[in-house]
Write a protein that binds this ligand. Structure first.
Ligand code: ATR
Length: 284
């Protein structure tokens, strides 16, 4: 593991900023990947309070950080501080990755791409499929907008708050420039892939599921972005029906890997991704 003890004058830096930040797994994830790829980069977590937000960002740019990740509560606020915004991040309305390029700040969102990469690692194909997204918050927006590039047949949005759900399906249609998404009032059984993007089922409330009593079809592929526990009640239910399932740890790794690729231009090998995913999973 890279440590501050083996940094030198040539070491590059990256970070995650948020408030609070104590539970972030990003430093472990990034520093392990840098070590495996033999990259002289050190990654830190900074807890920045709201009144120091702009000063904190200016500091990272002035110190020539390669880039930084942004987490709760600043994923939307950061947009006003950027010099350039990637179109997908603009459609999502949130930024989790900033690249510092000659002092200029360029914003991206790698959450959705990270999730799609974890599907690919699990040999899940979205092309031509009917996909049900549960939730319409930040994670659902990142996944729903990113999914457009995979050419699914339909992206259905199921959400407790109707207005938020309807808005997300509209935004997906606008980004796709075609009618690819609908809001649905009830979970549909005629879908191929189901993705939970809500926190329902997350530790400590592990006996909750966003689809209690749902009759899965064995051909359904069921995904959860919750990674603690690694097998949520939703995934256990689905497995009881014989479904293939994908847990949330791959999205966490995938968004970090994509950020590294944006900052360094180095492509992270599938074997490294698999190995880091397993190591993180074992740490939980
Ligand atoms: P994130 O950025 O992690 O996606 P968020 O933006 O707060 O977090 O969004 C949380 C999503 O989970 C929302 O879609 C929320 O539904 P509402 O829009 O109806 O609030 C959904 N969610 C959270 N707790 C839920 C619960 N107990 N039951 C159903 N949906 C829930």
């Amino acid at each position: 593991m890279n440590t501050t003890a083996n940094t030198t004058a040539n070491t590059s830096y990256a970070a995650v900023i948020g408030h609070p930040i104590g539970h972030s797994l990003s430093p472990v994830l990034h520093n392990r990947i840098y070590q495996m790829l033999d990259l002289d980069i050190f990654y830190m977590a900074f807890d920045i309070v709201e009144e120091n937000f702009e000063k904190g960002i200016d500091g990272l740019a002035a110190l020539n950080f390669l880039g930084f990740n942004v987490t709760i509560p600043y994923k939307e606020k950061i947009i006003d501080s950027l010099d350039e915004l990637d179109p997908m991040a603009a459609a999502i309305g949130a930024v989790n990755t900033v690249k510092v390029e000659n002092g200029r700040l360029i914003g991206y969102n790698t959450d959705g791409i990270g999730f799609l990469n974890s599907l690919k690692m699990n040999n899940v194909v979205c092309d031509g499929k009917r996909i049900l997204i549960i939730g319409a918050g930040g994670a659902a927006r990142a996944i729903g907008i990113s999914l457009v590039q995979e050419n699914p047949r339909k992206i259905l949005i199921l959400n407790r708050n109707r207005n938020r759900g309807v808005q997300l399906s509209r935004d997906i249609n606008e980004f796709a420039n075609r009618n690819i998404s609908d809001f649905v009032e009830h979970p549909k059984e005629k879908v191929d892939i189901i993705i939970n993007t809500t926190s329902v089922g997350m530790w400590p409330k592990i006996d909750e599921s966003p689809l209690k009593g749902y009759l899965f079809r064995s051909s359904n592929i069921v995904c959860d972005i919750v990674y603690n526990p690694s097998k949520t009640l939703l995934l256990q239910q689905a497995e009881n029906f014989g479904c293939k399932t994908v847990g949330g740890i791959g999205m966490l790794v995938g968004q970090g890997v994509k950020a590294i690729e944006i900052w360094t231009g180095v492509r992270v090998d599938k074997k490294v991704v698999e190995s880091v995913t397993k190591e993180l999973q074992d740490k939980l």
